[in-house]
Write a protein that binds this ligand. Structure first.
Ligand code: BEZ
Ligand code: FE
Length: 279
C-alpha cells in the first residue's frame, strides 16, 4: 500500500522506497540512518533556519577537504563518532592494549630504523627514550612486529604540517622486533597541540565553548602476522588536557609513565608494553 509523505509516517515512507535488489547491508544501514535522522529532527523540532545552517556547515566542511585535509573525519573525531566506531569494532579481551583514534597525520612507509635510533631530526624538545615489549595475551614476546611511531615536534606540529620547515620524516619511524619482542627508540617527550582549527570544525568548537587541544601523546601502529592491528597512543600522565581531549582519545590504560632521568643526556624514559590480540 502506497503512502504519501506525512510527519508521522516519514520514516516508513522513505524507507519503503528502497529497491528490492539493493545490497542488504546498505539497505539496513540506510534504513537505520533515516530512522535516527528523522528522530533527531523531530526531537529537537529543527527549524528551517537551523536546517540551512546545518547544510551550509556541511557544504563548507566538504569544500575545505583536499588531498591533505579531511575535515569530515575531523568532524567525526570531535563528535566522538570516530572513537565510538573504533570501540564497537575493537572490543578486546582483558589485558590487551586498547585502540584509540588514528588521526590524520600517519604517513605510510616511514623509514625503517634500527632499534634505539633517534626519530627526532630537528633537535627540538626534551629527549625521551621509549621502550618496552610487544607481547601476546600470555606474555610471550612477538617477533617480527612492526612498531610504526609518529609524534608532533616540540612546537606542536607534525612534519607534514610544516613541509620545508621540519625535516621530512621528523619524529617518525618503523621498528621491527626481534626474538625478544623488544622495541626501543629515542624521540621527544610529546607536547599537547591543537587539532587543525582554522576550518568549519574549529569554528564549531569555538561556538560550543570547546578548546581544540589534544593532550600530549606518542602514536603507535603495531602490526604482526596473526594478530589484530593495534592503533593506539601513549599519553603523558600530567597533561592539562588529559580530561578534555578534543577527540576523546584518552583511555586510562594508555597513560604511560614518563620518568625523568637525572644527569643523563636523554631526559626522559617512557616504558610501555603492547599486548596484541590474536586475529
Ligand atoms: C592526532 O592525534 O594526530 C589527531 C587525531 C584526531 C584529529 C586530529 C589529530
Ligand atoms: Fe596526534
Amino acid at each position: 500500500m502506497m503512502h504519501y509523505f506525512t510527519e508521522e509516517r516519514s520514516v516508513e515512507t522513505v524507507n519503503a522506497r528502497m529497491g528490492k535488489d539493493s545490497d542488504p547491508r546498505l539497505a539496513e544501514v540506510m534504513a537505520c540512518l533515516v530512522k535516527h535522522l528523522h528522530a533527531f529532527a523531530k526531537e529537537c523540532h529543527l527549524t528551517q533556519a537551523e536546517w540551512e545552517i546545518g547544510i551550509d556547515f556541511l557544504t563548507r566542511t566538504g569544500q575545505i577537504c583536499s588531498g591533505e585535509r579531511q575535515e569530515f573525519i575531523l568532524l567525526s573525531d570531535v563528535l566522538g563518532f570516530s572513537m565510538l566506531v573504533d570501540a564497537i569494532n575493537n572490543r578486546r579481551p582483558e589485558g590487551a592494549t586498547e585502540n584509540t583514534v588514528f588521526g590524520p597525520f600517519h604517513v605510510e612507509d616511514a623509514p625503517i630504523r634500527t632499534m634505539g635510533e633517534n626519530i627526532s631530526l630537528d633537535g627540538k624538545g626534551e629527549p625521551c627514550l621509549f621502550e618496552g615489549k610487544v607481547i601476546d595475551l600470555h606474555g610471550n614476546p612477538v617477533e617480527g612486529a612492526c612498531v610504526d611511531v609518529w609524534s608532533d615536534n616540540a612546537d606542536g606540529f607534525y612534519d607534514v604540517q610544516q613541509p620545508g620547515i621540519q625535516p621530512k620524516w621528523n619524529n617518525r619511524g618503523r621498528f621491527f622486533t626481534g626474538k625478544d619482542g623488544a622495541y626501543a627508540f629515542r624521540g621527544i617527550k610529546p607536547t599537547s597541540y591543537p587539532i587543525p582549527d582554522d576550518g568549519p570544525v574549529g569554528k564549531m568548537l569555538a561556538k560550543l565553548g570547546r578548546h581544540p587541544y589534544r593532550p600530549a601523546h606518542m602514536h603507535f601502529l603495531v602490526t604482526a602476522p596473526g594478530f589484530q592491528r593495534l592503533v593506539t597512543h601513549t599519553f603523558v600522565g600530567d597533561d592539562t588536557y588529559l580530561d578534555s581531549d578534543a577527540v576523546f582519545g584518552v583511555k586510562k590504560t594508555l597513560i604511560a609513565p614518563f620518568e625523568r632521568l637525572e644527569g643523563a643526556e636523554t631526559l626522559w624514559r617512557s616504558p610501555f608494553d603492547f599486548v596484541l590480540t590474536p586475529a
